[in-house]
Design a protein around this ligand. Structure first.
Ligand SMILES: [Ca+2]
Ligand SMILES: [Ca+2]
Length: 83
């Protein structure tokens, strides 16, 4: 897992990875996330839209652990996920 070691003077906006400033405020991020999840653009999130979005997050998180891609997590893989 990538870790950012920061000098105390680096804490603050400048310390964020370069992609962070483009994400906007928390409200803007939420609005953008909603728009991405609302696949049929009806202004509401159905259970399947909500589930589908979070399912992809779970899939990516699982893949980050599953080094040998056998769809099972060994204790070793779980203890040391790939970066
Ligand atoms: Ca919808
Ligand atoms: Ca595995």
């Amino acid at each position: 897992m990538r870790r950012h070691v920061l000098h105390p003077r680096q804490y603050g906006k400048e310390a964020w990875p370069s992609f962070a400033p483009s994400l906007g405020s928390p409200t803007e991020i939420r609005a953008s996330e909603f728009a991405q999840m609302d696949l049929d653009h009806d202004g509401r999130l159905s259970f399947s839209e909500f589930e589908g979005h979070h399912r992809s997050l779970v899939d990516r998180a699982f893949a980050a652990f599953d080094r040998d891609a056998d769809n099972r997590l060994s204790r070793q893989e779980f203890m040391a996920p790939k970066e």
